[in-house]
Design a protein around this ligand. Structure first.
Ligand code: SF4
Length: 357
Protein backbone atom coordinates (compact mmCIF):
# COMPACT_ATOMS: atom_id res chain seq x y z
CA UNK A 1 0.00 0.00 0.00
CA UNK A 2 1.34 3.43 -0.94
CA UNK A 3 2.04 5.35 2.25
CA UNK A 4 2.05 9.03 2.92
CA UNK A 5 4.06 10.74 5.59
CA UNK A 6 1.40 12.59 7.52
CA UNK A 7 -2.19 11.78 8.34
CA UNK A 8 -4.80 13.94 6.69
CA UNK A 9 -7.23 16.04 8.64
CA UNK A 10 -9.94 13.37 8.38
CA UNK A 11 -7.67 10.82 10.09
CA UNK A 12 -6.83 13.09 13.01
CA UNK A 13 -10.49 13.97 13.47
CA UNK A 14 -11.52 10.31 13.42
CA UNK A 15 -8.84 9.17 15.88
CA UNK A 16 -9.66 12.04 18.24
CA UNK A 17 -13.30 10.99 18.13
CA UNK A 18 -12.31 7.34 18.71
CA UNK A 19 -10.27 8.25 21.77
CA UNK A 20 -13.38 9.83 23.28
CA UNK A 21 -16.11 7.45 22.08
CA UNK A 22 -14.58 4.02 21.42
CA UNK A 23 -16.84 1.10 22.26
CA UNK A 24 -15.79 -1.16 25.10
CA UNK A 25 -15.97 -4.62 23.46
CA UNK A 26 -14.89 -7.84 25.17
CA UNK A 27 -12.44 -8.80 22.42
CA UNK A 28 -10.91 -5.34 22.14
CA UNK A 29 -7.62 -4.52 23.88
CA UNK A 30 -7.91 -1.56 26.21
CA UNK A 31 -5.70 1.50 25.54
CA UNK A 32 -2.11 0.51 26.32
CA UNK A 33 -2.82 -3.25 26.18
CA UNK A 34 -1.27 -5.48 23.50
CA UNK A 35 -3.97 -7.10 21.37
CA UNK A 36 -4.10 -10.93 21.37
CA UNK A 37 -4.17 -12.12 17.71
CA UNK A 38 -6.28 -15.16 18.68
CA UNK A 39 -8.99 -12.98 20.20
CA UNK A 40 -8.87 -10.52 17.32
CA UNK A 41 -9.18 -13.33 14.78
CA UNK A 42 -11.94 -15.14 16.70
CA UNK A 43 -14.01 -11.97 17.00
CA UNK A 44 -13.47 -10.96 13.38
CA UNK A 45 -14.61 -14.36 12.10
CA UNK A 46 -17.62 -14.29 14.42
CA UNK A 47 -18.49 -10.76 13.32
CA UNK A 48 -18.59 -11.72 9.63
CA UNK A 49 -22.33 -11.52 8.87
CA UNK A 50 -23.33 -11.51 12.57
CA UNK A 51 -24.23 -8.60 14.85
CA UNK A 52 -22.05 -7.40 17.72
CA UNK A 53 -24.86 -8.18 20.20
CA UNK A 54 -25.04 -11.83 19.08
CA UNK A 55 -21.26 -12.21 19.03
CA UNK A 56 -20.97 -10.79 22.54
CA UNK A 57 -23.10 -13.69 23.81
CA UNK A 58 -21.14 -16.42 22.05
CA UNK A 59 -17.60 -15.02 22.22
CA UNK A 60 -17.18 -15.40 25.99
CA UNK A 61 -18.36 -19.04 25.95
CA UNK A 62 -16.03 -19.85 23.06
CA UNK A 63 -13.06 -18.22 24.74
CA UNK A 64 -13.72 -19.95 28.03
CA UNK A 65 -13.94 -23.34 26.34
CA UNK A 66 -10.97 -22.79 24.01
CA UNK A 67 -8.76 -20.02 25.45
CA UNK A 68 -5.98 -20.44 22.89
CA UNK A 69 -5.67 -21.27 19.22
CA UNK A 70 -3.91 -24.52 20.21
CA UNK A 71 -6.89 -25.55 22.35
CA UNK A 72 -9.31 -24.79 19.51
CA UNK A 73 -7.15 -26.76 17.07
CA UNK A 74 -7.49 -29.82 19.31
CA UNK A 75 -11.29 -29.54 19.64
CA UNK A 76 -13.57 -31.85 17.64
CA UNK A 77 -15.35 -30.24 14.69
CA UNK A 78 -18.64 -31.40 16.15
CA UNK A 79 -18.00 -29.53 19.41
CA UNK A 80 -17.06 -26.39 17.48
CA UNK A 81 -20.19 -26.57 15.31
CA UNK A 82 -22.28 -27.10 18.41
CA UNK A 83 -20.76 -24.11 20.19
CA UNK A 84 -21.29 -22.07 17.02
CA UNK A 85 -25.07 -22.44 17.17
CA UNK A 86 -26.80 -19.08 16.96
CA UNK A 87 -24.01 -17.50 14.92
CA UNK A 88 -25.26 -18.90 11.57
CA UNK A 89 -23.30 -19.52 8.36
CA UNK A 90 -21.70 -22.74 9.58
CA UNK A 91 -19.06 -22.74 6.85
CA UNK A 92 -17.37 -20.10 9.01
CA UNK A 93 -17.23 -22.50 11.96
CA UNK A 94 -15.67 -25.21 9.83
CA UNK A 95 -13.13 -22.74 8.48
CA UNK A 96 -12.49 -21.45 11.99
CA UNK A 97 -11.57 -24.96 13.07
CA UNK A 98 -9.43 -25.59 9.97
CA UNK A 99 -7.72 -22.24 10.46
CA UNK A 100 -6.91 -23.01 14.11
CA UNK A 101 -5.37 -26.31 13.00
CA UNK A 102 -3.39 -24.57 10.23
CA UNK A 103 -2.01 -22.01 12.71
CA UNK A 104 -1.19 -24.71 15.27
CA UNK A 105 0.74 -26.55 12.54
CA UNK A 106 2.92 -23.53 11.67
CA UNK A 107 6.56 -23.75 12.90
CA UNK A 108 5.97 -21.24 15.70
CA UNK A 109 2.25 -22.08 16.09
CA UNK A 110 1.37 -18.36 15.89
CA UNK A 111 -0.75 -16.29 13.57
CA UNK A 112 1.27 -14.76 10.71
CA UNK A 113 1.80 -11.03 11.27
CA UNK A 114 1.28 -9.97 7.65
CA UNK A 115 -1.86 -9.44 5.59
CA UNK A 116 -0.59 -11.86 2.91
CA UNK A 117 0.27 -14.55 5.47
CA UNK A 118 -3.13 -14.22 7.12
CA UNK A 119 -4.94 -14.38 3.77
CA UNK A 120 -3.40 -17.80 3.12
CA UNK A 121 -5.27 -19.26 6.10
CA UNK A 122 -8.69 -20.95 5.74
CA UNK A 123 -11.67 -18.65 6.13
CA UNK A 124 -9.62 -15.43 6.12
CA UNK A 125 -10.56 -13.23 3.16
CA UNK A 126 -9.23 -9.85 2.13
CA UNK A 127 -11.16 -7.85 4.71
CA UNK A 128 -10.47 -10.14 7.68
CA UNK A 129 -6.76 -10.39 6.80
CA UNK A 130 -6.46 -6.61 6.60
CA UNK A 131 -8.44 -6.09 9.83
CA UNK A 132 -6.38 -8.62 11.81
CA UNK A 133 -3.10 -7.27 10.38
CA UNK A 134 -4.09 -3.76 11.43
CA UNK A 135 -5.62 -4.50 14.84
CA UNK A 136 -3.41 -7.35 16.08
CA UNK A 137 -0.13 -6.45 14.38
CA UNK A 138 -0.38 -2.69 13.77
CA UNK A 139 0.18 -3.09 10.02
CA UNK A 140 -0.98 -0.06 7.97
CA UNK A 141 -3.57 -1.95 5.95
CA UNK A 142 -6.91 -0.70 4.63
CA UNK A 143 -9.70 -3.13 5.56
CA UNK A 144 -12.74 -2.56 3.30
CA UNK A 145 -16.06 -4.16 4.21
CA UNK A 146 -19.67 -3.02 3.84
CA UNK A 147 -19.29 -0.71 6.80
CA UNK A 148 -16.23 1.02 5.39
CA UNK A 149 -17.84 1.19 1.94
CA UNK A 150 -20.83 3.01 3.41
CA UNK A 151 -18.81 5.52 5.41
CA UNK A 152 -16.21 6.26 2.73
CA UNK A 153 -18.68 6.55 -0.17
CA UNK A 154 -20.50 9.13 1.95
CA UNK A 155 -17.38 10.98 3.01
CA UNK A 156 -16.04 11.29 -0.54
CA UNK A 157 -19.35 11.21 -2.44
CA UNK A 158 -18.36 8.07 -4.40
CA UNK A 159 -21.34 7.27 -6.63
CA UNK A 160 -20.09 3.98 -8.16
CA UNK A 161 -22.58 1.14 -7.83
CA UNK A 162 -21.47 -1.50 -5.32
CA UNK A 163 -19.89 -3.99 -5.19
CA UNK A 164 -18.04 -2.94 -8.37
CA UNK A 165 -17.13 0.39 -6.76
CA UNK A 166 -15.19 -1.32 -3.96
CA UNK A 167 -11.87 -0.58 -5.69
CA UNK A 168 -12.70 3.14 -5.68
CA UNK A 169 -13.39 2.91 -1.94
CA UNK A 170 -10.09 1.11 -1.34
CA UNK A 171 -8.25 3.87 -3.23
CA UNK A 172 -10.04 6.49 -1.15
CA UNK A 173 -9.40 4.88 2.23
CA UNK A 174 -5.73 3.97 1.77
CA UNK A 175 -4.40 7.55 2.15
CA UNK A 176 -6.40 7.90 5.37
CA UNK A 177 -4.73 4.95 7.15
CA UNK A 178 -2.13 6.35 9.55
CA UNK A 179 1.27 4.71 9.98
CA UNK A 180 1.25 5.15 13.74
CA UNK A 181 -2.25 3.90 14.67
CA UNK A 182 -3.61 1.63 11.89
CA UNK A 183 -5.33 -0.71 14.36
CA UNK A 184 -7.14 2.15 16.05
CA UNK A 185 -8.07 3.55 12.63
CA UNK A 186 -9.65 0.21 11.58
CA UNK A 187 -11.57 -0.01 14.86
CA UNK A 188 -12.59 3.65 14.68
CA UNK A 189 -14.08 3.00 11.22
CA UNK A 190 -16.02 0.07 12.68
CA UNK A 191 -17.32 2.20 15.54
CA UNK A 192 -18.19 5.18 13.35
CA UNK A 193 -20.17 2.97 10.98
CA UNK A 194 -21.91 1.15 13.82
CA UNK A 195 -22.81 4.08 16.04
CA UNK A 196 -22.91 7.25 13.91
CA UNK A 197 -22.83 6.65 10.15
CA UNK A 198 -25.47 3.93 10.25
CA UNK A 199 -27.18 2.65 7.09
CA UNK A 200 -30.36 4.56 7.93
CA UNK A 201 -30.58 7.89 9.72
CA UNK A 202 -26.85 8.64 10.04
CA UNK A 203 -26.24 11.07 12.90
CA UNK A 204 -24.12 13.58 11.02
CA UNK A 205 -24.38 16.12 13.84
CA UNK A 206 -22.29 13.76 16.04
CA UNK A 207 -19.78 12.84 13.33
CA UNK A 208 -16.14 13.97 13.40
CA UNK A 209 -16.33 14.25 9.60
CA UNK A 210 -19.45 16.37 9.37
CA UNK A 211 -17.71 19.45 7.98
CA UNK A 212 -15.69 17.40 5.46
CA UNK A 213 -18.34 15.00 4.22
CA UNK A 214 -19.80 15.24 0.71
CA UNK A 215 -22.90 13.20 1.57
CA UNK A 216 -23.69 15.30 4.66
CA UNK A 217 -23.53 18.42 2.52
CA UNK A 218 -25.95 16.84 0.04
CA UNK A 219 -28.46 16.44 2.91
CA UNK A 220 -29.28 12.95 1.66
CA UNK A 221 -26.42 10.77 2.91
CA UNK A 222 -28.52 7.61 2.74
CA UNK A 223 -28.28 7.53 -1.04
CA UNK A 224 -24.68 6.34 -0.56
CA UNK A 225 -23.57 3.69 -1.27
CA UNK A 226 -25.39 3.22 -4.59
CA UNK A 227 -26.75 -0.30 -4.76
CA UNK A 228 -27.61 -2.49 -7.75
CA UNK A 229 -31.28 -3.45 -8.20
CA UNK A 230 -32.23 -6.29 -5.84
CA UNK A 231 -32.58 -9.82 -7.19
CA UNK A 232 -35.52 -11.87 -5.99
CA UNK A 233 -34.61 -14.88 -3.85
CA UNK A 234 -36.01 -18.08 -5.40
CA UNK A 235 -38.07 -20.51 -3.31
CA UNK A 236 -37.11 -24.17 -3.03
CA UNK A 237 -39.22 -27.03 -1.73
CA UNK A 238 -38.48 -30.26 0.09
CA UNK A 239 -40.14 -32.93 2.21
CA UNK A 240 -38.63 -34.16 5.47
CA UNK A 241 -39.15 -37.73 6.71
CA UNK A 242 -39.58 -37.81 10.49
CA UNK A 243 -38.81 -41.45 11.28
CA UNK A 244 -39.14 -42.70 14.87
CA UNK A 245 -38.56 -46.00 16.66
CA UNK A 246 -40.61 -47.41 19.57
CA UNK A 247 -38.68 -45.33 22.10
CA UNK A 248 -39.52 -42.12 20.22
CA UNK A 249 -35.97 -41.69 18.97
CA UNK A 250 -35.66 -39.94 15.64
CA UNK A 251 -33.47 -40.78 12.62
CA UNK A 252 -30.90 -38.16 11.71
CA UNK A 253 -27.51 -38.01 10.10
CA UNK A 254 -24.59 -35.65 9.60
CA UNK A 255 -24.44 -33.81 6.29
CA UNK A 256 -21.31 -33.94 4.14
CA UNK A 257 -18.65 -31.49 5.27
CA UNK A 258 -18.70 -29.41 2.10
CA UNK A 259 -21.55 -27.18 0.97
CA UNK A 260 -24.58 -25.66 2.63
CA UNK A 261 -24.92 -26.64 6.33
CA UNK A 262 -21.87 -28.88 5.89
CA UNK A 263 -21.12 -31.05 8.91
CA UNK A 264 -24.46 -30.22 10.52
CA UNK A 265 -27.13 -32.75 11.56
CA UNK A 266 -30.30 -33.23 9.51
CA UNK A 267 -33.39 -35.37 9.28
CA UNK A 268 -33.82 -37.36 6.07
CA UNK A 269 -35.32 -35.30 3.27
CA UNK A 270 -35.95 -35.20 -0.44
CA UNK A 271 -33.81 -32.90 -2.55
CA UNK A 272 -34.69 -29.22 -2.26
CA UNK A 273 -35.95 -28.28 -5.70
CA UNK A 274 -37.69 -25.42 -7.49
CA UNK A 275 -41.19 -26.94 -7.60
CA UNK A 276 -43.25 -28.33 -4.70
CA UNK A 277 -43.31 -32.09 -4.10
CA UNK A 278 -46.61 -33.96 -4.15
CA UNK A 279 -46.90 -36.53 -1.31
CA UNK A 280 -46.60 -39.41 -3.82
CA UNK A 281 -43.49 -37.94 -5.40
CA UNK A 282 -41.90 -37.38 -2.00
CA UNK A 283 -42.80 -40.87 -0.73
CA UNK A 284 -41.09 -42.37 -3.78
CA UNK A 285 -37.90 -40.67 -2.48
CA UNK A 286 -38.30 -41.86 1.14
CA UNK A 287 -35.28 -43.64 2.62
CA UNK A 288 -37.44 -46.64 3.63
CA UNK A 289 -40.73 -48.26 2.69
CA UNK A 290 -43.25 -47.23 5.29
CA UNK A 291 -46.69 -45.68 5.62
CA UNK A 292 -46.38 -41.94 5.99
CA UNK A 293 -48.59 -39.33 7.64
CA UNK A 294 -48.38 -35.73 6.43
CA UNK A 295 -48.18 -33.06 9.14
CA UNK A 296 -50.28 -29.92 8.97
CA UNK A 297 -48.26 -26.80 8.25
CA UNK A 298 -44.80 -26.41 6.82
CA UNK A 299 -41.43 -25.10 7.84
CA UNK A 300 -40.16 -21.93 6.19
CA UNK A 301 -36.58 -20.80 6.36
CA UNK A 302 -34.54 -18.24 4.48
CA UNK A 303 -30.95 -18.89 3.50
CA UNK A 304 -28.72 -16.29 1.87
CA UNK A 305 -29.62 -17.28 -1.66
CA UNK A 306 -33.06 -18.87 -1.40
CA UNK A 307 -36.19 -19.41 0.67
CA UNK A 308 -36.97 -22.98 1.67
CA UNK A 309 -40.37 -24.54 2.34
CA UNK A 310 -40.37 -27.98 3.92
CA UNK A 311 -43.34 -30.32 4.28
CA UNK A 312 -43.02 -33.08 6.89
CA UNK A 313 -44.09 -36.73 6.64
CA UNK A 314 -43.98 -38.81 9.81
CA UNK A 315 -43.44 -42.55 9.80
CA UNK A 316 -42.96 -45.18 12.48
CA UNK A 317 -42.42 -46.67 14.84
CA UNK A 318 -39.88 -48.67 12.89
CA UNK A 319 -37.42 -51.28 14.09
CA UNK A 320 -33.94 -49.84 14.76
CA UNK A 321 -32.66 -52.37 12.19
CA UNK A 322 -34.82 -50.72 9.53
CA UNK A 323 -33.11 -47.33 9.90
CA UNK A 324 -31.30 -46.51 6.66
CA UNK A 325 -27.54 -46.70 6.56
CA UNK A 326 -25.78 -43.55 7.64
CA UNK A 327 -28.56 -42.49 10.02
CA UNK A 328 -28.57 -42.70 13.81
CA UNK A 329 -31.43 -42.65 16.31
CA UNK A 330 -31.47 -39.73 18.72
CA UNK A 331 -34.04 -38.90 21.39
CA UNK A 332 -35.51 -35.38 20.98
CA UNK A 333 -34.30 -34.74 24.54
CA UNK A 334 -30.75 -35.18 23.25
CA UNK A 335 -31.12 -32.83 20.27
CA UNK A 336 -29.33 -30.12 22.24
CA UNK A 337 -26.18 -32.23 21.96
CA UNK A 338 -26.46 -32.36 18.17
CA UNK A 339 -25.29 -29.67 15.73
CA UNK A 340 -28.82 -29.10 14.44
CA UNK A 341 -29.12 -26.01 12.23
CA UNK A 342 -32.04 -23.65 12.75
CA UNK A 343 -34.00 -25.05 9.82
CA UNK A 344 -33.93 -28.56 11.36
CA UNK A 345 -34.86 -27.15 14.76
CA UNK A 346 -37.91 -25.65 13.08
CA UNK A 347 -38.79 -29.10 11.74
CA UNK A 348 -38.52 -30.58 15.26
CA UNK A 349 -40.67 -27.73 16.63
CA UNK A 350 -43.37 -28.34 14.00
CA UNK A 351 -43.49 -32.03 14.91
CA UNK A 352 -43.57 -31.28 18.66
CA UNK A 353 -46.41 -28.83 18.12
CA UNK A 354 -48.38 -31.33 16.03
CA UNK A 355 -48.08 -34.03 18.67
CA UNK A 356 -48.86 -31.76 21.60
CA UNK A 357 -52.13 -30.53 20.10
FE1 SF4 B 1 -21.69 9.59 7.65
FE2 SF4 B 1 -22.86 11.94 8.17
FE3 SF4 B 1 -20.42 11.38 9.09
FE4 SF4 B 1 -20.81 11.83 6.50
S1 SF4 B 1 -21.08 13.27 8.19
S2 SF4 B 1 -19.57 10.21 7.39
S3 SF4 B 1 -22.80 10.85 6.22
S4 SF4 B 1 -22.35 10.35 9.66
Amino acid sequence: MKRQASSPEETSALLGWYDRHRRDLPWRAKPGETPDPYRVWLSEVMLQQTTVATVKNRYAAFLERWPTVAALAEASLDDVLHEWQGLGYYARARNLHRCAQAVAALPDARFPATEAGLRDLPGIGDYTAAAIAAIAFNQPTAAVDGNVIRVITRLRGIADVMPAGKAAVARAVEPLVPDDRPGDFAQAMMDLGATVCSPRNPRCELCPWQGMCVAARSRNPERFPAKPAKKQRPTRYGTVFWITDREGRVALRTRAEKGLLGGMAEFPSTDWRDVPWSSDEAIAEAPLVQSWTPLDGEVEHTFTHFHLKLAVLTGGPVSPNAIPEGYRLISPKAFSGEALPTVMKKVAALVAKAYSS
